[in-house]
Design a binder for this molecule. Structure first.
Ligand code: PMP
Length: 506
């Protein structure tokens, strides 16, 4: 056996593609409740945020991202010399075990904690011990992964590392321990929604930061990631929506007889004897959970994703079909990024957030009158005008509709509606033809109404005729989008099992 084979192996979770293949799903239907990350990227995750870094991507940053380190120091009220950057806080966990426990002993607080500590100890040839008082190195996971509890930091002789990956949700930190030699680890992966950027940091006394940085791989954070992290710090962090959603999910789970422990994080831990049973049972719904010794851990995502989880649990209990009724579509270009979640047979629960208020409102009208549930999260380069944002949003929604309709079997196919709005009147006729054709006369058009509908038609692969007139452009556009929604509601009715075409396909 060579040396590498003798070392411990870290087990990374399977990909969406692999999990989907196990249960015959489209990988896009997979929702990860096993990563403790938010449902959508941070708003700063846009090409313009990293443009300046790309312009100098051929260079090393000789200042080791001083503006980012300064912003972190400012956030926590510490000196610049107290901050070290790393490729995720995982980099520090592995490094600190080698620096402080090679051949020695490691303890964790609490005992049931993040698996990376054990891996780091093994990589350093160290032994795990129960009693923190006797360990060379003590990892305190505060709040703790996977249980969500907030342990006390022990007073011990060994090197103390306080892993605060989830402290943003707890609203408490242990920075008062820095002076006595503790090292605090933080990350942009969780509350900041930047896990893919891989940026973490250590806060410590300058002499300890010197020890850490002089043993790290040089400049392990990329300049692109550093730019994202710096931009994220420009806005004060607000986790209140996530915390409220965590409590809502906990209440709903309790209603299903699953009792989570109180949590100070963005996940819930439910003690149970055979958590793997539930993990396996919910995978056919696209829901990915994680089993631990003694319980199940569920990441809190957002209302809509969490409702998919709750529905899957109810479905599993009642023996119903677990296939999720939601279609998920992502689209990203240099100009915009969108995540669309659509349920054609919905209850009119609609939330559209692209930042372009007027067309968000128009799309909400269309979706509501079509009877859909629709959630659109996205950002675009609004500094160049509304064109890219509106077009890409409508294209992504159209693509989601096309996905949701599958082979269009059993659908009514044709639909028509007339909708007035005060002095304006719109007439819309739709054919789920499979052929993208838009014949639109919207007069006066407030700007992008016709183009928005045309973009939708292109990816939804349908024929749309709209004639709309009036005096007020807002009214004319709104009547048009409502009429299209109403016409779609008619065309999308399930009326049989045949494809409504003599060709046999749409
Ligand atoms: N610490 C804890 C307790 C964690 O749960 C995680 C992520 N799973 C990390 C550290 C690592 O985070 P990252 O490397 O993405 O900063």
């Amino acid at each position: 056996m060579n040396t590498a084979q003798a070392l411990p192996a870290y087990q990374w979770p399977p990909s969406n593609e692999r999990l989907a293949a196990q249960v015959g799903l489209d990988p896009r239907a997979i929702i990860r409740f096993d990563g403790n990350v938010p449902a959508a990227p941070a708003p700063v995750a846009r090409p313009s945020t990293v443009a300046a870094a790309l312009a100098e991507i051929n260079e090393y940053d000789r200042g080791r991202y001083e503006p980012l380190r300064a912003a972190i120091a400012h956030r926590h009220g510490v000196d610049l010399a107290s901050v070290a950057l790393g490729a995720g806080s995982d980099e520090f966990i592995v490094l600190l075990a080698r620096l402080f426990a090679t051949g020695g002993t490691v303890a964790t607080v609490p005992a049931n904690s993040y698996s990376m500590y054990r891996f780091a100890a093994a990589m350093a040839g160290a032994h795990m011990v129960e009693d923190p008082a006797t360990a060379d190195l003590v990892f305190v996971c505060r709040p703790n992964n996977p249980t969500g509890e907030l342990p006390d930091v022990p007073d011990v002789a060994g090197q103390v590392v306080i892993d605060e990956a989830y402290a943003d949700y707890a609203g408490v930190d242990a920075l008062d321990r820095l002076a006595s030699g503790a090292i605090v680890l933080r990350t942009f992966s969780k509350a900041y929604g930047l896990a893919g950027a891989r940026v973490g940091y250590a806060l410590a006394r300058p002499d300890l930061v010197e020890v850490i940085t002089s043993h790290q791989a040089p400049l392990s954070v990329s300049s692109v990631s550093a730019a994202l992290a710096l931009a994220a710090l420009a806005t004060p962090l607000d986790v209140s929506a996530q915390v409220a959603e965590r409590e809502r999910l906990a209440t709903e789970l309790r209603g299903l007889g699953l009792v989570p422990l109180p949590s100070h994080t963005n996940f819930l831990f439910i003690p149970m004897e055979d958590p793997q049973q539930l993990v396996d049972a919910l995978l056919p719904a696209g829901v990915v959970l994680r089993a631990f010794a003694g319980g199940l851990r569920i990441s809190v995502r957002d209302t809509l994703d969490d409702d998919v989880l709750l529905e899957a649990i109810r479905g599993w209990r009642s023996g119903a079909d677990l296939a999720s009724p939601w279609t998920r579509r992502r689209r990203a270009t240099a100009e915009t990024r969108f995540l669309v979640r659509l349920r054609v047979r919905g209850e009119g629960r609609v939330l559209v957030e692209s930042g372009e208020g007027f067309y968000d409102h128009m799309l909400q009208q269309l979706a509501f009158h079509a009877g859909w549930d629709l959630r659109v999260d996205g950002v675009g380069d609004l500094e160049t005008g509304d064109h890219h944002t509106v077009e890409d949003m409508m294209r992504t929604v159209g693509a989601a509709l096309d996905d949701a309709l599958g082979d269009r079997r059993g659908l009514a196919r044709y639909g028509e509606a007339r909708v007035p709005m005060d002095e304006a009147l719109a007439h819309a006729v739709v054919d789920l033809s499979g052929r993208p054709v838009a014949q639109l006369s919207i007069d006066p058009d407030p700007g992008m109404a016709a183009h928005a509908l045309e973009s939708f038609v292109q990816t939804a692969r349908l024929t749309l005729h709209v004639t709309a007139t009036g005096a007020n452009a807002h009214h004319v556009a709104e009547a048009s989008f409502k009429a299209v929604g109403r016409a779609l509601a008619v065309a999308l009715r399930q009326v049989g099992t045949q494809v409504a075409s003599t060709k046999g396909s749409l």
